[in-house]
Design a protein around this ligand. Structure first.
Ligand SMILES: [Fe+2]
Length: 388
């Protein structure tokens, strides 16, 4: 079968085989008028697909891209429209050492914008073996390392490091930046603002939402605003907890019983294979991470349980540094809602929460993550020592 090539084609998808594989829709948004824009795609496993964002900021002599995305023709065309008005892409920043989903697009993006300087977070690592930058496709000749080689546009931005934290196989580190002209804080994964309403990108293909809105594999994928919202809320739970408390994985026998039914013998519905069983009160699991009618600002739940149990102090130090931005107004992160209203009061609330007993509580939803962390720790994959 010949695959159609169009402006959404991403031919390098087998390098990191995440849904929607070789076809990636890109959605363009202006976040702050004439200053900041975003491009979003969907990325995920088995329809557990969440949007991922690259941010474009107007800088003094052109454009800066933060958190690279795979450059489909559609994505490149959107950036080129901006360059006609605001000047060339001068800088591409990869501000994370560990977030593979943000790294995968960088080599191809760097080849598209051949004159751009590339800035990367220190300690880039590859798994299973650590390879030099050029081996993973990042052109070392025009690549600089944040802090080790300075920082880009230091008069327009304040750069802060969260970490490094030794993960054994590599490090967790992300570099945030505060853009003074727009009073925006840019982060990759650490802080997110989660909204209960599905993001606009799913308007182009709501399949992942409809897939997860069902109770069993023999149900058809029916579209309605309610089904989309239900699917989205379940995707939030998956990506926050991997396996939330109210979700059971049915037995193989049960899964097979509901599979391959008439009307479901197609790829779109995964042939009826649906290895999920939600409890009736599954929505209760949302109370920690979402609020009705508003965006809930929080430390990303997965990082909270997998990265920060040993390193509360490092997280607080970084947040304390953010309190310097007295007039801060917005948060723009690489996942979930953006821009989100975000001031130093919000930072103080995060710090207070981290310092409270509630931060350490082992809630039922996090059981899977907590056990995963314990296993990695017992196997000494996560080392005792935080330092590198
Ligand atoms: Fe991420």
């Amino acid at each position: 079968m010949k695959t159609e090539i169009n402006n959404k084609t991403w031919k390098w998808w087998p390098l990191f085989p995440l849904y929607p594989y070789g076809q990636k829709k890109t959605v363009f948004n202006e976040l702050l008028e004439n200053q900041i824009w975003s491009l979003e795609q969907i990325q995920g496993l088995y329809y557990v697909a969440v949007p991922i964002r690259m941010t474009i900021i107007k800088v003094s002599d052109g454009l800066m891209l933060i958190n690279p995305l795979p450059p489909t023709t559609e994505l490149i065309e959107e950036i080129k429209k901006l360059t006609l008005i605001h000047g060339r892409v001068k800088t591409i920043v990869l501000p994370t050492a560990s977030g593979l989903e943000h790294k995968i697009g960088l080599p191809a993006l760097a080849r598209v914008f051949k004159e751009a300087d590339i800035w990367v977070c220190p300690g880039q690592w590859s798994f299973p073996i650590n390879l030099p930058l050029d081996f993973i496709g990042i052109p070392s000749k025009r690549t600089k390392v944040l802090f080790e080689d300075g920082t880009p546009y230091s008069d327009e931005f304040v750069w802060n490091s969260l970490g490094p934290i030794n993960l054994g196989l590599g490090r967790f580190q992300e570099i945030s930046c505060f853009h003074k002209p727009t009073l925006t804080l840019h982060v990759t994964d650490a802080i997110v603002g989660i909204d209960r309403n599905p993001p606009r990108i799913f308007d182009y293909d709501p399949t992942p939402l409809l897939f997860h809105s069902r109770e069993s594999g023999d149900e058809s994928l029916l579209d309605s605003p309610e089904a989309r919202k239900k699917g989205w809320l379940r995707l939030i739970l998956f990506s926050s907890y991997l396996k939330p408390a109210k979700l059971k994985i049915p037995s193989i026998k049960e899964i097979v019983k509901n599979s391959f039914k008439k009307d479901l013998r197609n790829q779109k519905s995964h042939f009826g294979i649906f290895p999920f069983l939600w409890a009736d009160d599954w929505e209760d699991s949302l109370s920690e991470i979402t609020i009705e009618e508003n965006v809930k600002i929080q430390i990303a739940p997965v990082l909270k349980k997998l990265i920060f149990p040993r390193s509360k102090e490092i997280l607080i130090n970084w947040l304390m540094a953010l309190k310097e931005f007295k007039n801060m107004k917005y948060l723009i992160s690489a996942h979930y809602s953006a821009p989100v209203n975000f001031t130093i009061e919000d930072v103080s609330q995060l710090i207070d929460f981290i310092n409270s007993d509630n931060w350490e509580t082992d809630d039922a939803n996090s059981k899977f993550l907590i056990n995963l962390y314990k296993k990695l720790y017992d196997l000494k994959i996560i080392p005792n020592n935080l330092e590198l």
